[in-house]
Design a protein around this ligand. Structure first.
Ligand code: HEM
Length: 415
């Protein structure tokens, strides 16, 4: 059965970033979940074909299965289809087995809530300042002036990037990671990536000479099986914190504000304290699902719903669908800030479960609290531009107008 109004599966190519431009794939995903839970996206546009998992339970099982599936040949379509990831075996997300386990223990330590308490306090101060200023000004492009400035500041604090280098690093990161937007070409983004790696190479050298209490200094002092991490391993993993932590959190915050602006009744529940902030954060994450998919390569033959997946084939796990699976979520197409339980897949699952989930939750929670405290409401005042990608989903601009909450004047005056 094909859901009414949904495009026929054969006309949808999930490898093509343009497929997501109109973003109306809900019917397509429902059709896949109901009729083809292990779907073959045929080769197209010079790209290989790949398997598509759309049901929540199948995605969880694939995330758990590090015996038959590997991340070491890439974990997103662009690298899986492009023939691999240059960081394989060294960068956490694309490393498996014992080395992954050991490296993860090190990074888990530096990203634990206890170590992050200063970083979390800085997120709060930074977010409240940005939101308060924008509310006082009446409005802003939320994407550019607020959401862009939270995750990168957070990661810079974490890594100990000095204040005067931050704008430069932010510009390089945007160029490096936004190869999917029209105005940045692949050569520029490659150069920006190299600049970032060189920048961190210098920082590693500096921290070796004079350690501080930042993540780089902690990595410099860490070893796997008695062998200290090399400069390159440290640099690659610092870079992966930027890749993992910047755009994902930014897109989630933008989507949260976009969704709340369109649903005043949900905003009221937040404003009136009817829903717990942590519960609201999870629904914002489920709803945004900023990483539409992750993927794996098959290393040993395995079977899902009677379909054989063979070594060398690519399997993609679609959060965009799993987080709307009606087998798991009641009224999955409803944005409900009070939703419990809400075991969404936004942070993945299993051995590679997102290491930055605590930090991302802190960022989103602080944003929701700042909005709740400084404004009585807000509306979108112009078009929101969608990013062009087969991996990430969300907006790069979001013009909004804020209505100040007079009760917050007291706090502003005291700061
Ligand atoms: C892994 C999502 C924020 C660092 C992952 C994975 C997902 C994810 C789905 C699993 C990838 C896989 O299995 O192949 C998100 C989302 C975020 C977010 C939706 C924000 C809303 C962050 C932040 C950081 C971060 C803030 C760091 C500061 C990482 C790292 C990994 C990872 C290092 C690799 C973990 C491993 O392979 O063991 N993330 N992430 N993420 N994330 Fe996040």
């Amino acid at each position: 059965m094909v859901t009414a109004g949904a495009p026929a599966p054969a006309t949808v190519d999930l490898g093509d970033p343009d497929t997501f431009a109109d973003h109306d794939l809900d019917g397509f995903w429902r059709t896949l979940r109901d009729t083809a839970p292990v779907y073959w996206n045929p080769p197209a546009g010079g790209r290989r074909g790949f398997w598509v998992l759309s049901r929540y339970e199948d995605i969880m099982a694939a995330y758990r299965d590090d015996l038959n599936l590997t991340s070491e040949r890439g974990n997103v379509l662009v690298t899986l289809l492009g023939g691999g990831d240059a960081g394989a075996g060294r960068m956490l997300a694309v490393t498996d087995g014992r080395r992954h386990h050991e490296l993860r223990k090190i990074l888990q330590r530096v990203l634990s809530p206890r170590v992050l308490s200063d970083v979390a306090a800085a997120v709060r101060a930074n977010t409240r300042r940005l939101v308060r200023e924008a509310v006082e000004a009446g409005g802003c492009d939320f994407a550019e002036e607020i959401a862009s400035r939270i995750p990168m500041t957070t990661i810079s604090n974490l890594l100990g990037v000095p204040e005067h280098d931050r704008d430069h690093l932010l510009a390089q990161t945007k160029a490096a990671l936004s190869a999917d937007t029209e105005d940045v070409d692949e050569v520029d983004s490659e150069m920006a990536r190299n600049e970032i790696l060189l920048y961190f190479m210098d920082m590693v050298e500096e921290r070796r000479a004079a350690p501080g209490d930042d993540v780089i200094s902690m990595l410099v002092a860490s070893s796997v099986d008695g062998v200290p991490l090399s400069d390159e391993d440290i640099v690659l993993n610092c870079y992966s914190l930027i890749i993992g932590g910047d755009e994902t959190s930014r897109l989630t915050m933008i989507d949260g504000v976009h969704s709340l602006a369109a649903r005043p009744e949900q905003w009221r529940r937040l404003k009136d304290g009817e829903v717990a902030i942590d519960t609201a954060v999870d629904e914002v994450l489920r709803w945004a699902s900023p990483t539409m998919h992750f993927g794996r390569a098959v290393v040993r033959e395995t079977e899902v719903h009677g379909v054989r997946l063979r070594p060398g084939e690519i399997v993609t796990l679609w959060h965009a669908s799993g987080n709307r699976d009606e087998r798991v979520f009641e009224r999955p197409g409803e944005f409900d800030l009070g939703r419990t339980p809400n075991k969404h897949l936004a942070f993945g699952y299993g051995p590679h479960f997102c290491l930055g989930s605590y930090l991302a939750r802190v960022e989103i929670a602080e944003l929701l609290m700042a909005l709740r405290d400084f404004t009585t409401g807000f509306e979108q005042t112009g078009d929101a531009l969608r990013i062009r990608s087969n991996f990430l989903t969300g907006f790069s601009t979001l013009p909004v107008r804020f209505r100040p909450d007079p009760r917050s004047t007291k706090e502003a005056a005291s700061q």
